[in-house]
Design a protein around this ligand. Structure first.
Ligand code: FAD
Length: 300
């Protein structure tokens, strides 16, 4: 007698996925498998019962509204970076998606999987934080809408309860430039050593800046945001000078609390995140790449 086969349920609708998880709250949700299967192959998790959600149409779609974008949890990186409407509506998400893994990983990996993995180096998370995303989850207790701060409660820890499923993320769509920048040990196929997402909102006259891989969570640099928003020439459009951009970078880095690990030292991460923030601000308000342009997808 061999080992019993894992019990796999392939959901074809949101109701089916919800029903399967309500019946089997201990089941693992499987989307693209690019994180989960690595853990299984390494023996870190064991397959018992799986609910596959990659064929659930409600999770695979995105919708662009005037002031917000709803991105289903099953939307892949390839979709985030190739669909023109989505790229225009959420350019920083497209920039982050472009930096993830290799084409096969981008074809399979999803926003929901990145969220549930909740690594400080999960590349979409700083973008979601800077765009004040609401994470919509559903489960036996009904639907919940959470900020990223409420959703991610530690390194690789979320508030998802057994039987709960991430449905979508809803992002703001402000008028202004968005930027995502990342540093890794090499130029492609790397986990972040530090990352920054920056969003300029020309109507609210705010700058929002979140960081990845430099703290246990995904911190917003709120003091730096308020400091720089007071100094931007919102009416005249003059680009921030070098001193202002450098000081912004220093203030953003001050909100980081990086650690030493096998990828980089805390000191390097601290320096890197400041440099990224400086560059992101310069790009966001440069007359050629920034200004009030919605589509800031120039990070190739
Ligand atoms: C070679 C390689 C390179 C990578 N490079 C990067 C990178 O550059 N940047 C980066 O951020 N990540 C990277 N990753 C990690 C991974 O690709 C992403 O985190 C991806 O978004 C995971 O999505 P998935 O659909 O494959 O998730 P899965 O592996 O299917 O699932 C991951 C976790 O999320 C849960 N889950 C998935 N969907 C849902 C849902 N709808 N509701 C509730 N829980 C759910 C699963 O149960 C599981 O716990 C890389 C991975 C590999 C193997």
């Amino acid at each position: 007698m061999g080992k019993p086969e894992p019990n796999v349920i392939v959901a074809r609708s949101l109701d089916e996925a919800r029903g399967a998880l309500a019946d089997h709250p201990d089941a693992m949700v499987l989307a693209g498998g690019t994180d989960l299967m690595v853990q299984i192959n390494r023996g870190l998790r064991r397959l018992h019962r799986v609910v596959g959600v990659s064929r659930v149409p409600e999770l695979r779609r995105w919708q662009v509204f005037e002031h917000r974008v709803a991105v289903g949890s099953g939307v892949t990186y390839t979709e985030m970076l190739t669909d023109p409407m989505l790229v225009e509506a959420a350019p920083a998400l497209a920039q982050a998606a472009r930096t993830v893994g290799s084409p096969p990983i981008r074809n399979a990996g999803t926003l929901g999987g990145n969220l549930a993995t909740a690594s400080p180096a999960s590349d979409t998370l700083p973008v979601l934080a800077a765009l004040d995303a609401r994470i919509v989850v559903t489960g036996p207790g009904g639907e919940r809408r959470l900020s990223l701060d409420e959703f991610v409660i530690g390194v690789k820890q979320t508030v998802l309860a057994p039987g709960e499923l991430i449905v979508r993320a809803e992002l703001d769509r402000p008028r202004g430039h968005q930027e995502f920048l990342k540093i890794g040990p090499r130029n492609a196929m790397v986990i972040s050593i530090a990352s920054v997402a920056l969003v300029a909102d020309h109507d609210a006259r705010t700058v929002r800046c979140a960081m990845g891989a430099v703290a246990a969570g995904i911190p917003r640099a709120r003091d730096a945001e308020a400091w720089v928003a007071d100094r931007i020439d919102w009416d005249g459009g003059t680009a921030p000078d070098d001193a202002l951009a450098a000081e912004f970078g220093r203030r953003v880095a001050a909100a980081a609390s990086p650690i030493d690990d096998h990828r980089a030292s805390a000191a390097y991460r601290h320096h890197a995140v400041g440099v990224l923030a400086t560059r992101a601000l310069e790009r966001a308000f440069s007359p050629t790449t920034g200004g009030t342009r919605m589509n800031g997808n120039d990070n190739a």
